[in-house]
Design a protein around this ligand. Structure first.
Ligand code: KG4
Ligand code: ZN
Length: 311
């Protein structure tokens, strides 16, 4: 739950993390997630307004994610927003979650405006998107199979790491050396991604090592996996920049919290003569401020929940 001013400045950005709730299951349990939304949202509304020092009358509108996502959680969010809007007599606007990830960049970079090229990498998406103006999005490339975040999560599980996998794999990779146990770099023509082959390669390497696998082997493989995903993501970003020269580039979504991706993206974008914005970590992973920013700059009338909403 967040309160944002002019779609640019966060006044409050509260996150009730459900990580601990789902950790024991090794992943998000939809029913548990929906129930936790129902339990936590009302208190977060009050707390957000209190901390922002804002009265409901001062609000311009209520923004809420309508998709993509887990249907139970989306229904609770939209129901809640509809109720608040009716009670406060404020318009309620539905927001595309993916748009939100890009708008997170506007919160951290006051001068940023479209046109821009965005690499959106989350648990379910690896999309290269051209954004010519507010509310306009053109997908140039996407993944054929797993998303980058999903690949990180599955690789982490193979390496015996807990949930959420991405940050755990990054920590393990820090102790490893990618060159010692290199993994193939996925390569498809055009701007498409694919990570399922890389995942299988990791599985085979681990199987070949068998029970003899050392802590160093695991760290080396984690580093190699991270390197392959990051370089694959950036190779296509560089190619997209050749096809559609953009002055401004955004790398966003949960996977953009990855330190290696952040560092290499800076080099690749600079080499292409463009300027990169990567939101700070808390604005990369899912949060409400990015939804508020999108609701300000690109309000949508639709409030129908759509778990598979595309761009
Ligand atoms: O955007 P996000 O918070 O939620 C979705 O909309 O999916 O992205 C979550 C994804 C997860 O797959 C998680 O493992 C990944 O982002 N992630 C990371 C890191 N932090 C989060 N992947 C790699 N390195 C990280 N540091
Ligand atoms: Zn997300």
């Amino acid at each position: 739950m967040a309160v944002v001013e002019d779609g640019r400045r966060e006044l409050v950005n509260l996150i009730y993390s459900q990580e601990a709730l789902h950790r024991g299951f090794g992943g998000v349990v939809p029913e548990v997630a929906a129930r936790a939304h129902l339990e936590k949202l009302p208190a977060l509304v009050t707390e957000a307004l209190d901390r922002a020092g804002v009265a409901p009358e001062q609000l311009e509108r209520v923004g809420v994610t309508r998709g993509p996502g887990l249907v139970g959680c989306l229904l609770i969010g939209v129901g809640m927003a509809r109720g608040l809007g009716a009670g406060w007599k404020k318009p309620v606007v539905g927001v595309n979650h993916l748009w939100g990830h890009i708008y997170a960049a506007l919160l951290s970079d006051p001068g940023l405006e479209p046109p821009l090229l965005a690499l959106v990498v989350s648990g379910a998406h690896s999309d290269l998107v051209w954004m010519p103006a507010h509310g306009q999005f053109q997908v140039l490339g996407r993944t054929r199979d797993d998303a980058a975040g999903e690949a990180f999560d599955k690789a982490a599980r193979m390496l015996g790491l807990g949930y959420p996998g991405g940050p755990a794999l990054e920590r393990l990779a820090a102790a490893g050396e990618a060159r010692r146990r290199p993994l193939p770099r996925p390569s498809l023509p055009g701007l498409e991604y694919s990570f399922s082959g890389l995942k299988t390669a990791l599985l085979y390497r681990l199987r070949d090592l068998g029970p003899e696998v050392t802590e160093q082997d695991r760290a080396d493989l984690a580093a190699a996996f991270q390197e392959s995903v990051v370089e694959s993501l950036l190779e296509k970003l560089a190619r997209a920049l050749e096809q559609r020269p953009a002055e401004r580039v955004v790398v966003c979504g949960g996977v953009a919290a990855n330190g290696r991706l952040r560092a290499r993206a800076a080099e690749v974008v600079e080499a292409a003569g463009a300027r990169l914005t990567v939101p700070p970590l808390v604005l990369c992973t899912d949060n409400a401020a990015m939804i508020a920013a999108a609701a300000h700059h690109a309000p949508q009338a639709a409030l129908e929940v759509d778990p598979n909403l595309g761009w």
